[in-house]
Design a binder for this molecule. Structure first.
Ligand code: MIC
Ligand code: SF4
Length: 639
């Protein structure tokens, strides 16, 4: 039987298991990436594994998230990460160089390779035919140590693209439409694979916008074929020698198929406060806007900023709007400047920031109270912007610039003719600050600032587990709810005792006090629990506070993997109606937990205030051993 692109890459990297959908497989990881906010912990874990040099084909350590240096913490972390890169044989991309995913496309990514990144938007690399997967830092650390990556063999969701995007409609609208149809959990358990005649209408950076934003579907990853457009993109980057063609076989089978006729798409927008709350722009047009941000790993390529600049050539930004540009990379900045478009942006009234994540993760750029902020970012989860009760809308660069000009949400087609522009045949590489690995880093001293705390140790679970329900949450809880980010909390990412003070602080300010007073805790949730980022701090910090069990209706993939890595039992309700029976504060007993784990029982009886309910433990045998050991690091040490 024929194979899809994703299946071909998986087959070429398979080291354990069989490619049967739903079964656990292990694949070889060619490359890794980390960013600073997850990277500090990933490297503390890598150090704990005790390997002298990374064993991957190439690994890159980026600094792109924690760019505000309000005190020593972020600045110290930057030095720590550079010293790690130098010691252990990694490339280092310093602050100001840009967002990991954009630079991966430009300078590192190659079709057919596997990439594991400690960031949920790693699938951006799928735009150039990589199998690029987001994971927790510990999984990335294991890959750097040469270990395979374990995952449940996903199903393949085929997205057949037909037609051509109309003027003022762009790649972002393709994914907004998919989010509208499928929701933030529609991709769970799938790789989204794009095929059909419409594929050739999209450039690599357009495709990357789509695979990037595909993380919001909950998918394992998303991938496009590698074709002539991929070759041309690599040529423009001076890297054509790494190109290989990679297309699905004619008789490839998809588990599901949706067709998107791109000719029929209109400009779309995701309303507050979920990426799947999507409507046509025309339905919300006219609402006044205070802030418009163009940037993030979804939409900050040269193409995106050129559309914006060309639209502004004979226009000015409305005085009611703070219009801000966060370029994706130094390469984007250099080429924008070389082509003269930077002057257009400055002249029209844009605020130009350094290349990086910035307001996308609440590192500055918080919007004013009770105002609308339009962003070309992938996430608008509540308060992620740094402002309580924020009203963040997600849209394309075209919709963003239209609002910047008019001061209100505007269908960009009302602006008239779509600007024409051509991208450079050869990009200025913009990579002069990227430091290649040292041939021998054994003499390099690791620089550790006072904020870098040692990695906490966790005990294995007891024979019989006793504790209480510390918190009951609803559906679609994000990792931003569990472990918020932002300028105040992000600098604590390398200090688990300090960051744990903020667990669930957005939804329950008393949680930490209760957790500290309780020896062992359980958290209860609804569907798609833990969606969003790959941050393992959303498992690690609650674990530090004593959360040892999560009982929910369903989990998001990366969060579930992170829970297991830190020894938290990921249970789901067998009968979802039992969710209603569980109350916060209830006493919980799981009799003979260790025996149940070791014996392989899939159904675990949980006694809640004396009533027994059935919970499912859907994990592999390897996971059971990890849970019995109290987490992956404990388990790996016993090997
Ligand atoms: C995000 O977009 O939520 C982040 C911040 O990039 C996270 C990583 C993190 O929390 O450090 C992600 O996407 O994984
Ligand atoms: Fe950075 Fe935002 Fe992309 Fe996360 S989604 S990597 S915070 S730009």
């Amino acid at each position: 039987m024929g194979m899809t692109v994703a299946e071909k890459i998986l087959a070429a990297h398979l080291v354990e298991g069989e490619m049967v959908k739903g079964e656990e497989i292990a694949i070889r990881i060619d490359r890794t990436l980390t960013q600073d906010a997850t990277g500090t912990m990933a490297y503390l874990e890598f150090e704990a594994i005790g390997i002298p040099r990374v064993k991957t084909e190439s690994s890159v350590c980026y600094v792109d998230h924690n760019l505000i240096q309000a005190d020593f913490k972020n600045a110290d972390d930057h030095l720590f990460l550079r010293s790690i890169a130098r010691k252990y044989g990694l490339f280092f991309s310093p602050p100001g160089n840009g967002i990991s995913h954009q630079i991966n496309l430009e300078r590192f990514g190659l079709p057919g390779k596997t990439l594991l990144g400690s960031d949920s938007h790693t699938p951006t690399g799928g735009g150039m035919g990589m199998l690029a997967i987001g994971a927790g830092g510990l999984d990335v650390a294991m890959s750097m140590a040469g270990k395979p990556f374990y995952l449940v063999m996903p199903k393949i969701f085929g997205i057949k693209l037909t037609g051509t995007l109309q003027p003022w409609v762009s790649a972002r609208d393709v994914l907004l439409e998919l989010l509208r149809q499928l929701s933030v959990k529609g991709g769970v358990g799938y790789i989204m694979e794009y095929f059909g005649p419409g594929v050739k209408e999209l450039s690599v950076t357009d495709r990357a916008s789509i695979t990037n934003f595909g993380a919001e579907l909950g998918a394992t990853t998303s991938v496009f074929p590698s074709d002539e457009n991929t070759k041309q993109f690599l040529e423009s980057q001076g890297r054509a020698d790494g190109w290989v063609e990679l297309v699905a076989d004619d008789d490839a089978r998809y588990d599901e198929v949706i067709e998107i006729d791109m000719s029929t798409l209109e400009p779309m927008i995701a309303c507050p406060s979920s990426p799947d709350n999507v409507v046509k722009v025309s339905e919300v047009a006219g609402k006044p806007v205070a802030q418009v941000l163009v940037g993030s790993c979804s939409n900050s390529s040269l193409r995106d900023l050129m559309v914006v600049a060309k639209t502004l050539e004979d226009r000015k930004v409305s005085p009611e709007v703070s219009f801000e540009i966060n370029p994706g990379s130094r390469q984007v900045l250099e080429n924008l400047a070389a082509g003269g478009d930077m002057l257009t942006l400055i002249h029209a009234g844009a605020r130009i920031h350094q290349a990086g994540c910035l307001g996308c993760i609440g590192m500055g750029q918080a919007p004013p109270t009770n105002t609308i902020s339009l962003r070309t970012f992938p996430r608008n989860f509540p308060a992620r912007s740094g402002t309580k009760n924020d009203q963040v809308y997600l849209c394309s660069p075209e919709v963003a610039v239209a609002a910047a000009v008019t001061g209100k949400i505007t269908d960009p087609r009302d602006l008239g003719d779509y600007p024409s522009f051509t991208l450079p045949e050869k990009y200025l590489p913009g990579d002069s600050r990227i430091e290649p690995p040292l041939a021998d880093g054994s003499d390099v001293e690791i620089i550790r600032g006072p904020n870098i705390a040692p990695f906490p140790k966790f005990a294995p679970p007891p024979e019989t587990w006793e504790g209480s329900v510390l918190l009951k949450t609803g559906d679609n809880i994000t990792t931003d709810h569990i472990m918020p980010a932002g300028a105040q909390i992000l600098p604590l990412r390398s200090n688990i005792p300090a960051i744990s003070e903020f667990v669930f602080s957005q939804i329950d300010t008393d949680f930490v006090r209760r957790a500290k007073e309780t020896e062992a805790g359980m958290v209860v949730g609804g569907v798609n629990y833990g969606q969003g980022s790959s941050r393992e701090h959303a498992a690690l910090a609650p674990r530090y506070l004593g959360v040892q069990i999560k009982l929910v209706k369903s989990f998001a993939r990366i969060h579930k993997a992170n829970l297991i890595n830190f020894g938290i039992l990921p249970l789901t309700f067998v009968d979802e109606a039992d969710y209603d029976l569980v109350e916060q504060g209830a006493k919980v007993v799981i009799p003979e937990l260790r025996k149940e784990l070791a014996g392989g029982s899939e159904i675990i009886n949980v006694e809640i205030n004396g009533n027994t309910i059935a919970a499912r433990l859907d994990v592999s045998d390897r996971h059971r051993q990890i849970l019995l050991a109290g987490g992956l690091l404990n388990w790996a040490k016993n090997l």
